[in-house]
Design a protein around this ligand. Structure first.
Ligand SMILES: [Zn+2]
Length: 110
């Protein structure tokens, strides 16, 4: 009998290799179990550990951070953490494009 989905508990899980991406960068292909109803993807512990290792090696680990909106004059500014600056090689004065994606996401495109 096939395993039931851990999330929707209705679909059954099929093994498949999937391309895993972190921040839009491919980490590699990994064995996963995918639900045929809700589409949720599950990785076992060993696979998760391997993905974390690769992400760390690629410098993709811990890039997500909390920051606060500051104010300078009449405009607001966002301070970027050092890790992000290094990863994207950002410099003072560089022109970037900002736009909303939905009502609760801000994209900064370089
Ligand atoms: Zn499911």
């Amino acid at each position: 009998m096939k395993k039931k989905c851990y999330i929707c508990e209705k679909g059954s899980l099929t093994k498949k290799k999937v391309d895993y991406k972190l921040y839009g960068i491919s980490i590699g292909k990994f064995e996963a179990e995918i639900c045929d109803k809700c589409g949720e993807t599950f990785f076992d512990e060993d696979v998760s550990r391997k993905m974390t290792e690769i992400a760390k090696k690629k410098g993709l680990w811990g890039l997500q951070a909390k920051t606060k909106i500051g104010q300078s004059g009449t405009t607001l500014d966002i301070r970027l953490p050092k890790r992000i600056i290094t990863f994207l090689n950002l410099k003072k004065g560089k022109e970037v494009e900002v736009y909303p994606e939905g009502k609760n996401k801000l994209v900064i495109s370089i």
